[in-house]
Design a protein around this ligand. Sequence first.
Ligand code: DCP
Ligand code: MG
Length: 376
Amino acid sequence: ESEVPSFTASKVSQYSCQRKTTLNNFNKKFTDAFEIMAENYEFKENEMFCLEFLRAASVLKCLPFPVVRMKDIQGLPCMGDQVRDIVEEIIEEGESSRAKDVLNDERYKSFKQFTSVFGVGVKTSEKWYRMGLRTLEEVKAEKTLKLSKMQRVGLLYYEDLVSCVSKAEADAVGLIVKNTVRTFLPDALITLTGGFRRGKKIGHDIDFLITNPGPREDDDLLHKVVDLWKKQGLLLYCDIIESTFVKDQLPSRKVDAMDNFQKCFAILKLYQPRVDNRSYNASKEFDMAEVKDWKAIRVDLVICPFEQYAYALLGWTGSRQFGRDLRRFANHEKKMILDNHALYDKRKRIFLKAGSEEEIFAHLGLDYVEPWERNA
Ligand code: DCP
Ligand code: MG
């Protein structure tokens, strides 16, 4: 009787790795409210409630229609009481009073500002808040604070870093990364990962995964790359984390574990001649003195052995929620442990090798999900 292609709520999986989630979100009104709630619980270190709202947001993001009445969410997974109450209020009132209260909450507002600084997380925010600090201005003025080098550069380049990175900027940085890496390793495979690989048009940083097909390993590669950038005056900050990868080590069970690959958290200077709309000055010359022709950009470089490339690519492509659900699915449905390095079958007690993301999905008995459908 209906013209609409049939949609069965009870067939929507509780795992986002069994759903297709593109960037075309029909339920932004709801998911924005859930994400505000989740972030507030993250600031309160209430992981359970935080995940509850992130999961609910993720489910609504995959719906092929906007929710307009309570019946539309009937039978969907992850719709607990808290979530349903908010959906109901948004349907009736157009907005959520609970989400609005969070946005006006003093603690939330301070944590939001603090955590927007590179190098500042929930722990540091908590410390500053307890000291009575409320705004970044107050943080900057508090001369007794011991800031890490990361936090100091985070404040120094704050304006550039909070303004989002565009896809065009990601491509420009991609060329720089490729050129530099291939100076040292001509056959290196360099892949743009993170949100941009999922088709996002903006991001907070640019993530690259580097590997070298074939036997040759180069533990010094990242050091050589950043040294060259330093010489070229392109490096504003860098922190190289050495690899702690141990072959045949069981994958980590932790849901949000950091991986063991060698990586570099950097801030690059991206030159971009700005179109300056000021007119000629009296001497009919451009006054170039104050024109800043570059932008500070956060770049993450991760380097992995070729054998682990497919697992690292899957992990670093995200989304975070998609990755969490992949690991949860592997664990609970398949008795396997998945992380960014490997997949381990606990029953057979073997590592499952994979040369592509498709093979990893196949090992898990999952239909393949394209990167742009992983925006869970
Ligand atoms: N990731 C990971 N292990 C880490 C950090 C990140 O597996 N220690 C994964 C999850 C993310 C992806 O890598 O989806 C990229 O991390 P980002 O924080 O850069 O997230 P996105 O690129 O998805 O979003 P944004 O647009 O904010 O950069
Ligand atoms: Mg990113």
